[in-house]
Write a protein that binds this ligand. Structure first.
Ligand code: 3HC
Ligand code: NAI
Length: 692
């Protein structure tokens, strides 16, 4: 059962019970309707309470049901709410913990609301490319006012209920025991004379609604071309009209948005993020190892950022270095980062001190030997890693998790430096590690299941999005970016210039084009990888323009020149005549007649390079599912959220079309470098998608 029914002392209590968050799927809606019918038919019942079991009142409509016939099957949420609102017996919602989306709309349809102070209130549909579709845009302005409702709906932000104590959203506020309080409240109002209050009967008042709404429309107009925010404004604006008309306009907009590719992609991203934490062969009830003490080795760029990720989550960290000077520099950098956040008003001085007090600095392995988890972030050199892991194997207590933040080295080889490869795992953070959400958890051949489960749970605690990757060169993200950068290079040889490539892919929605990105990361890093690749895989072809650039000392922003020119104190990338001449000259040397390349070709070649490599990665089992590849790109590489990641984007375009395009582009100059991945071809032939 997804909703329970009980009568206590004349009050019927309908309890939503659909874990994890009492999503209002079809079965739950049926359960509420069955409860309402019983309560209305039972003369001994004088009032009704609707509550939620477990950790939520309700997280809203069941997102997993969207796009299936169940979503539209009656009773719809609207029908449920209409039934509640029309009930002659008073209906009281008992809100605790989470009341979001359709869950909040259900409560707004009740006559009264008893709410715990700490309940989290939101209409977050806009984050899924939608708007509240069960009366939220009409009843919330009537409950809390036009401006407050518009802010909540357009931002999708969560607010605790105590902020609404003085509004019609809350009839009675409690600290806890909300169901008891709601029952009591229901008994009190059961015999009140007259009809029970309905939000629909109120009018939305605003002194200068037109001016305010005009301003709101202007503000959301720039929301990256996404349709939902503006539709939210329009629907809230309709709350100034008669209720039923507003409801019709809301419904129309909701159905329209539900069918947009943006919403499909954002819903995919929501579910993909949750799916990433599930590893097929790691049972959900795998016992976790205790993680009370964490150590980080190496206080450089990554070690410092990793330590901050733990400190931010209130987890003590011991930071180890070989030299006092490096240690002092590392600790000072952490403090400076916190101080600068405090200066911006985002952290109080007490918070800065509280975080710093969780940090211990040491030069001695003796101080970390009882840590439960140690993350190595020393130089990217196998010899240095070997020395560190040998040492860790000697001194760390049994059962400690030994993690490496290596970005390019073989985690199995690192594990083999120890006598406990089952305890070794890769934790590939991204720079700056205290800011970037993505964490690739690299699963070695021997990594124990409980190590994986523990690290995934830890990632959630430090607010990272963890995705498991098998061992391969570059793991998921960097292995794919290599193919993307390679296409970018070929495009230069064939006729494009860096600014055109960057502009095209940024218009597609990427945060930054490949050339601006490489300039920021440092061209010398990519150069070093290409040199290594040339030794390991001499037949690997790529555009040599990047090498020519490095030979000219154009290492990127840090050198003041890279693919672009930079001015001191200015991060703006200025197109460089010198680089553009070099590119044209290089095409001539290769005997290539440069041609005009369309933005569409640029986007397809870059994105399909990601898709094709992603398909190989899934096929080889490096990623256990295509949505994991999407999560890596959404959380670590600036892929536009509203396209749902490269694999999801390919599904939207149609895999047949993607395979055809790759084949067509492969006939060009870089032809022999590009073959359609077998999985992509297989799915295309079967008319399926990666995420089906
Ligand atoms: N439908 C279905 N499943 C949902 C859900 C929903 N609305 N909200 C959360 N879940 C599931 C998650 O998929 C996850 O499932 P899993 O355990 O199988 O992986 C589980 O609940 C826990 O979710 P989180 O990991 O996100 O748990 P948190 O405790 O961190 O957060 C939450 C809980 C705040 C409720 C968060 O999940 C959330 O923000 N959910 C989305 C809420 C939302 O967008 N609601 C609007 C839905 S659209 C709607 O209501 C339309 C209506 O207007 C008609
Ligand atoms: P870094 O050079 O900034 O820092 C390395 C630190 O390790 C230095 O402070 C050094 O003194 C210290 N160190 C060296 N040998 C040591 C030893 N034996 N014991 C203790 N400390 C030692 O390097 P960075 O960039 O922080 O990289 C560290 C690791 O993180 C590398 O494996 C790198 O591949 C990986 N990585 C780097 C990313 C980046 O963007 N910089 C991104 C993801 C991973």
């Amino acid at each position: 059962m997804t909703a329970h029914y009980q009568v206590r002392d004349g009050v019927a209590v309908i309890t939503l019970d659909n874990p994890p968050v009492n999503g209002l799927g079809h079965a739950t809606r049926l359960g509420i309707m069955a409860g309402m019918t019983r309560a209305l038919d039972d003369d001994s019942v004088t009032a009704i309470v609707i509550a939620g079991a477990g950790a939520a009142f309700s997280g809203g409509a069941d997102i997993r049901e969207f796009g299936t016939p169940m979503a539209l099957q009656e009773p719809s949420l609207q029908t449920v709410i209409d039934t509640i609102e029309a009930s002659p017996k008073p209906v009281v919602a008992a809100l605790h913990s989470v009341a979001m989306g359709g869950g909040l709309e259900l409560a707004l349809g009740c006559h009264y609301r008893v709410v715990t102070k700490s309940a989290r209130i939101a209409l977050p549909e806009v984050n899924l490319g939608l708007l509240p579709g069960a009366g939220g845009t009409q009843r919330l302005p009537r409950a809390i006012g036009l401006e407050a409702a518009l802010n909540l709906i357009v931002s999708g932000k969560t607010t605790t209920a105590d902020a609404f104590g003085h509004t019609r959203l809350v009839d009675h506020m409690v600290e806890d025991n909300v169901v008891d309080a709601a029952e009591k409240y229901a008994r009190n109002v059961a015999h009140s004379p007259g009809v029970h209050p309905r939000l629909r009967d109120l009018e939305v008042q605003h002194e200068s609604a037109d001016a305010y709404l005009g301003y709101a429309r202007m503000t959301v107009a720039g929301a990256a071309g996404l349709p939902a925010p503006l539709k939210c404004v329009e629907a809230v604006a309709a709350s100034l009209k008669p209720f039923d008309q507003g409801m019709r306009e809301e419904r129309e907009a909701f159905l329209h948005l539900m069918a947009t590719p943006h919403s499909r992609a954002l819903r995919h991203a929501f579910l993909a993020e949750r799916a990433a934490s599930k590893i097929p062969d790691v049972p959900a009830d795998t016992p976790l190892r205790t993680l009370a003490k964490v150590a980080v080795i190496g206080a450089g760029t990554m070690g410092g950022g990793i330590a901050m990720s733990f400190l931010n989550a209130g987890i003590p960290v011991t930071l180890l270095e070989t030299k006092a000077e490096a240690l002092e520099r590392g600790v000072a950098t952490i403090r400076r980062n916190y101080e600068s956040t405090a200066k911006k008003g985002k952290l109080s001085q007490e918070q800065v001190e509280a975080r710093m007090s969780l940090l211990c600095a040491t030069l001695s392995y003796d101080d970390i030997k009882d840590a439960d988890l140690v993350i190595e972030a020393v130089f990217e050199d196998m010899g240095v890693k070997k020395a560190v892991f040998r040492q860790l194997d000697e001194i760390m207590k049994p059962g400690a998790i030994l993690a490496s933040n290596t970005s390019t080295l073989d985690v199995d080889a690192i594990a083999a430096f120890t006598k406990r490869p089952q305890d070794v795992v890769g934790m590939h953070f991204f720079s700056p590690a205290n800011v970037m959400k993505l964490l690739e958890v690299v699963r070695g051949k021997h990594t124990a299941l409980d190590v994986l489960a523990t690290v995934m749970a830890l990632a959630k605690k430090i607010r990272k999005i963890a995705v498991v990757s098998g061992v391969c060169d570059g793991f998921i993200g960097n292995r794919m970016i290599e193919q993307y950068s390679r296409q970018a290079g070929f495009l230069l040889d064939e006729g494009a210039l860096p600014e055109q490539v960057d502009r095209a892919i940024e218009r597609f929605g990427f945060a930054m084009g490949p050339f601006r990105m490489i300039d920021m990361a440092g061209n010398d890093i990519a150069w070093a990888i290409r040199k290594r690749r040339a030794v390991e895989q001499p037949s690997f072809n790529y555009s040599k323009t990047g090498d020519l650039l490095c030979e000219a000392g154009r290492f990127g922003q840090k050198a003041g020149k890279g693919w672009y020119d930079y001015k001191p104190g200015d991060r703006m990338a200025y197109p460089s005549q010198q680089v553009n001449d070099m590119i044209v000259e290089h095409s001539k040397d290769l005997g290539i007649e440069r041609r005009r390349i369309s933005d569409a070709e640029i986007v397809e070649r870059l994105v399909y390079a990601l898709v094709n490599e992603g398909a190989l990665i899934v096929e080889e089992g490096i990623a256990s599912k295509a949505s994991d590849v999407d999560m890596v790109y959404l959380s670590g590489y600036g892929f536009p959220q509203w396209r749902g990641g490269p694999m999801r984007h390919a599904d939207e375009v149609g895999l047949y079309n993607v395979a055809q395009s790759i084949r067509r582009y492969a006939r060009g100059y870089q032809g022999h470098a590009w073959e359609v991945a077998p999985l992509l071809q297989k799915l295309a032939d079967a008319g399926r998608g990666f995420n089906d």
